[in-house]
Design a protein around this ligand. Structure first.
Ligand SMILES: O=C(O)CCC(=O)C(=O)O
Ligand SMILES: [Fe+2]
Length: 372
């Protein structure tokens, strides 16, 4: 196997020639490899070995049937197998690096109209949404239809049993606690779906005079704290699957059941998703009885951490504000409010998935910064 070693240098990428690749032109038993230099001319150093570093442009291979393939230096670099190169490539594709926060966070804020009409503003919005998990948009008209417009900016929204978009109001015969004026404790939306929506938009059309403040907490950061403070509880919440349920009629009738871990981790043990909504956590706990108390103890430990004042960010939305956040990461809540018929609190919400959001982000990054 041939191996090329890349090195960044002031004048570009350099290719280090090694003992097993002693010359710019390598004759193996069956093919010829030539390193093309900066000016893209094949280096004809001949034999014996040419050992110094050279500016690297491409590698050409002449196969036994005389067919020639030319591999551009940037292409080869992109396909490099070194751990560092692969990690950099994955980070560029998926942007998995997160900024963890607590109550001191100043929520990144952007202008709604700019995000709709300016690619740079839209890119900055989505980059912050990915990294911080929450971005506030100001200046939307205080009327329905804005979360759908914002979703159109990305691609399309996620239809659920609560409709394409949904109206958070104090409703008679409410089919969800969100549709009352009561307090909503910190939760993620829709763990009753096995594939919960990745991103949530909430647009304030009308706010209550008294109460109705919003609360958010960084679920990934809180999971990290739990792992440090109470590793046993972290192990329980990342291994035990619990049932969630949601039954009713809205967009159409529904009868959902799911089984989820409260904290999902990936193969490397990194926290990737929080699934927690006590309003839809099933009263049926499908566990052997000796695991019931350890589960509740672990859940209480996590909930206690997320409710600490030092971890919660509180804000009150005003008409025209839209909060956009990572529903796989943040837990959000609402303080109770006093419902007044002349000033009905009204938020409109919509869901999207991360695949669509990341797709738009990559396209915007290419449009703003060129090929990456
Ligand atoms: O009313 C709010 O501020 C939030 C509503 C909510 O969390 C929900 O609808 O899931
Ligand atoms: Fe919610």
């Amino acid at each position: 196997m041939l191996s090329l070693t890349f090195e960044a240098s002031a004048c570009g990428t350099r290719l280090s020639l090694s003992e097993d690749f002693p010359c710019s032109r390598l004759h193996s038993n069956s093919f010829i490899v030539t390193v093309l230099l900066g000016n893209c001319e094949p280096l004809d150093s001949g034999w014996p070995p040419f050992r110094k570093n050279c500016l690297f442009c491409a590698v050409s291979i002449v196969w036994p049937d005389q067919h020639m393939s030319v591999f551009d230096g940037d292409w080869l670099k992109k396909h490099c197998f070194s751990a560092a190169a692969r990690q950099a490539m994955q980070e560029e594709l998926f942007l998995n690096e997160r900024y963890y926060w607590d109550s001191k966070l100043r929520i990144p804020t952007a202008d709604y109209q700019e995000v709709l009409h300016d690619d740079k503003a839209a890119l900055a919005w989505l980059l912050a949404l990915r990294r911080v998990g929450i971005v506030y948009l100001k200046g939307a008209p205080a009327e329905e239809g804005q979360v759908a417009r914002l979703a159109d900016r990305i691609g399309y929204l996620r239809l659920t049993f609560y409709g394409h978009t949904w109206q958070v109001q104090d409703k008679a015969m409410a089919n969800n606690v969100a549709y009352t004026s009561g307090k909503l404790s910190l939760h993620t939306d829709y763990p009753a779906l096995h594939f919960a929506p990745g991103v949530q938009f909430l647009h304030c059309i009308n706010q209550a005079v008294n109460g109705g403040e919003s609360e958010v907490v960084d679920g990934f950061h809180m999971a990290e704290k739990l792992q440090r403070e109470d590793p046993e509880a972290f192990r329980t919440l990342t291994s035990v699957r619990v049932d969630f349920t949601d039954t009713g009629t809205d967009y159409c009738d529904f009868m959902l059941q799911s089984k989820k871990r409260i904290i999902d981790v990936d193969a490397e043990g990194r926290v990737v998703r929080i699934n927690y909504n006590n309003a839809t956590r099933d009263s049926v706990l499908d566990l052997p009885v000796h695991r019931v108390q350890p589960f509740y103890r672990a859940l209480k430990a996590y909930v206690n951490i997320m409710n600490r004042l030092e971890n919660v960010v509180t804000y009150k939305m005003e008409p025209g504000d839209i909060v956009t956040f990572d529903n796989w990461r943040l837990l959000h809540g609402r303080r109770s409010y006093i419902s007044r018929p002349d000033r009905l609190r009204h938020l409109e919400g919509a869901y999207l998935d991360w695949d669509e959001v990341m797709s738009r982000l990559r396209i915007l990054r290419k449009a703003v910064h060129g090929e990456l």
